[in-house]
Write a protein that binds this ligand. Structure first.
Ligand code: C2E
Ligand code: CA
Ligand code: CA
Ligand code: CA
Length: 279
């Protein structure tokens, strides 16, 4: 090893060292997570606000480490993105979600849609459209049953290139949604040019919406804009009856959140659907 100079030692202060080590451990563990089948998908229902019918399920990634237990995607997705591991992981998510919906449909379920989160590295990869096409063909899933959720910031970063990418994806027949809408810096002129199908209002705006005037105004503005642009709109993070009533009165098309169901493992999906259909 090289002899470390004076300044190099200063660089390695204890806290940095520790976080770098944790990061390295997490990266290695994540590398093995795929092979060791530690990754799973949970599914959360998305419902028609007016009829209460389930319209689709969002696939959300879960990682249970053998020693550390459940690790939140908010923690490991950023590491997966920085290390490039999000490419094989994201591919696994998309393939598993498509195969799972196909399997449910084959067993007689009427579930019409699965929504999959797509990260920046995946979307910017030249091969992404081909990959989606291949997974759809392999799984035999109707492309219209797959919805890709892309955040506002992914799309607005290199917005001109995004338009081309989105057109390629639309040509496959999939649905496109902008996730966490309102948290980024969408330019309305670009929004008009993105061939998208849906806006998902970020849950931070749904919080206390029945009392918080700012949140109410923002959500209603997004709903009105979506209506004008002929886009579907979903509110995420609906936790209470009061929020649902407000969103229903504001003509928000779809709702998703703990009030209806938390994200559940594959084997709990049929029971969850049955329970939701009873109300
Ligand atoms: P997101 O795509 O915005 O997903 C919504 C998050 O809100 C999920 O957290 C979900 O469990 C949670 N949630 C759902 N309903 C409620 C509610 O009523 N109240 C509250 N407070 N939260 C609710 P989760 O599963 O921990 O995922 C966090 C984020 O990690 C996701 O945010 C998404 O950005 C990312 N993520 C999860 N799975 C994937 C994946 O397969 N690929 C990629 N690229 N990112 C993923
Ligand atoms: Ca999402
Ligand atoms: Ca979201
Ligand atoms: Ca979010």
């Amino acid at each position: 090893a090289k002899r470390a100079g004076k300044n190099t030692f200063k660089f390695f202060d204890a806290s940095l060292n520790k976080s770098a080590l944790t990061r390295l451990r997490t990266e290695n563990a994540l590398r093995h997570a795929l092979e060791n089948e530690e990754l799973r998908l949970h599914f959360q229902p998305q419902l028609d606000t007016r009829t209460g019918r389930m319209q689709g399920l969002e696939a959300l990634l879960r990682w249970r480490h053998p020693e550390l237990g459940e690790i939140s995607p908010a923690v490991f997705i950023p590491i997966a993105e920085e290390t490039g591991l999000i490419l094989p992981i994201g591919e696994w998510v998309m393939r598993t979600a498509c195969q799972q919906l196909r399997a449910w449909q084959a067993s007689g379920s009427a579930i019409q849609r699965v929504a999959v989160n797509v990260s920046a590295c995946q979307f910017k990869n030249r091969d992404f459209t081909n990959l989606v096409a291949r997974i759809l063909a392999e799984s035999g899933l109707d492309p219209a049953c797959l919805e890709l959720e892309l955040t506002e910031s992914i799309l607005m970063d290199h917005a001109d290139e995004s338009i081309g990418m989105l057109h390629q994806l639309k040509a496959l027949g999939v649905q496109l949604a902008i996730d966490d809408f309102g948290t980024g810096y969408s330019s309305l002129s670009y929004l008009k040019r993105f061939p998208i199908d849906r806006l998902k209002i970020d849950k931070s705006f749904i919080y206390n919406i029945e009392n918080d005037r700012d949140n109410a105004a923002i959500a209603q503005a997004v709903i009105a804009m979506a209506e004008t642009m002929a886009l579907h709109v979903t509110a995420e993070g609906v936790e209470t009856r009061e929020q649902l009533q407000f969103l229903s009165a504001s003509c928000c098309g779809e709702v998703q959140g703990f009030f209806f169901s938390k994200p559940v493992p594959v084997d709990e999906v049929p029971e969850t659907i049955r329970r939701l259909a009873e109300h």
